[in-house]
Design a protein around this ligand. Structure first.
Ligand code: GLV
Ligand code: MG
Length: 335
């Protein structure tokens, strides 16, 4: 008997978990806006046309004396902008901060029906997600919110990394998880002073090859955590994201960091500066040559079973599934 590939789920690109309907949207960049700055708010209608997600940031990078202004600014921009199919998210303050409760009460009360996702920072375990889940349920009920607001966790403490599997599966509201390399570096006592990206001293020196100068290879500081996060997300049916890249002047390094994350299974990254929007768009959209090759494989194996040779390379059921991920993503991006 021939089994069709009905058992296949393209988890890494955000297929719904079996128990709920999560909209499968392209979210290549989560674009951060500081909502207390009027000049930045004024740009939002235009930015919303260029990005997949607009996020009003209330947490780190917003000064303590501007927290209320940021919250009010977010509500104003949410009310006054037509986001169309672009996602509207907020990054709330940490649950143990003085601002978190009012962030949710005020925002869900005022614009709960426009808000797609709440990004929760400093998540340490599933208990943080359970708390926010219940709080959102209360506020949705009180304010007549008609669609569930989803939760996106930032993985940025050593405790959170230890508990990432449980965090990913903590609630049907879970949308995804982003790596937060800056806070995570501090939490782990890593000896860096950067927001994401590499470090020139994190390297391997190749063995001597006769008299030739010895090659040095810089390593990816974030490989382990991204891979661990991707496995947790894929097994829970949610999406993984790389977070911020703080050196806005270094486009090539940002692109390389985003690409590593994409190749490992991430769906997108944060854009903190307009130049990073195009980088994310380029990196997190599949390569046309790769898509063309993947289509050839799918066409050569219509039911996804068996083995064929294409362009000198062996393809089988497993590569069929890899190709399906690439072709599905290309369809989503084109839609
Ligand atoms: C993001 O919040 C980070 O800490 O990198
Ligand atoms: Mg952080």
């Amino acid at each position: 008997m021939k089994l069709p590939n009905q058992f296949y789920r393209p988890l890494a690109i955000g297929a719904p978990a079996p128990y709920r309907e999560l909209p499968v949207k392209v979210e290549r960049m989560i674009h951060f806006v500081p909502p207390h700055v009027e000049k930045m708010r004024a740009k939002v209608p235009d930015i919303a046309k260029q990005v997949d997600v607009v996020l009003g940031n209330l947490e780190d990078a917003i000064p303590a004396d501007a927290k209320e202004a940021a919250r009010a600014g977010f509500i104003e921009m949410a009310k006054s902008t037509d986001f169309g199919s672009t996602g509207l998210w907020t990054r709330m303050n940490a649950l143990n901060s003085p601002w978190a409760l009012d962030d949710m009460i005020d925002i869900v009360g005022a614009v709960g029906n426009k808000l797609d996702v709440v990004m929760l920072p400093k998540v340490e375990g599933p208990w943080d997600i359970a708390y926010l889940d219940q709080l959102l349920a209360q506020l949705e009920a009180r304010n007549g919110v008609t669609k569930p607001i989803l939760i996106h966790a930032i993985l940025e403490t050593a405790e959170g990394v230890k508990n990432v599997d449980a965090i990913a599966a903590a609630s049907p509201r879970m949308h995804g998880i982003s790596l937060g390399p800056a806070d995570l570096a501090a939490s782990r006592a890593m000896k860096t002073t950067r927001v994401g990206g590499g470090h020139p001293e994190y390297k391997v020196i190749a063995d001597p090859q006769g008299d030739a100068p010895r090659a040095t290879f810089q390593q990816d500081l974030w490989h382990y955590t991204i891979a661990k996060m991707v496995d947790a997300c894929a097994s829970a049916g949610i999406k993984a994201f790389y977070g911020p890249f703080g050196d806005f002047s270094d486009g090539p390094a940002c692109e390389a960091q985003f690409r590593n994350a994409f190749l490992l299974g991430c769906a997108g990254a944060w854009s903190l500066h307009p130049t990073q929007i195009d980088i994310a768009k380029r990196v997190f959209s599949p390569d046309p040559d790769e898509v063309a090759f993947a289509k050839k494989v799918l066409e050569a194996m219509p039911d996804g079973t068996g083995a064929v040779m294409i362009d000198g390379k062996m393809q089988d059921d497993a590569t069929w599934k890899q190709c399906k991920v690439v072709v599905d993503l290309a369809k989503q991006v084109a839609a």
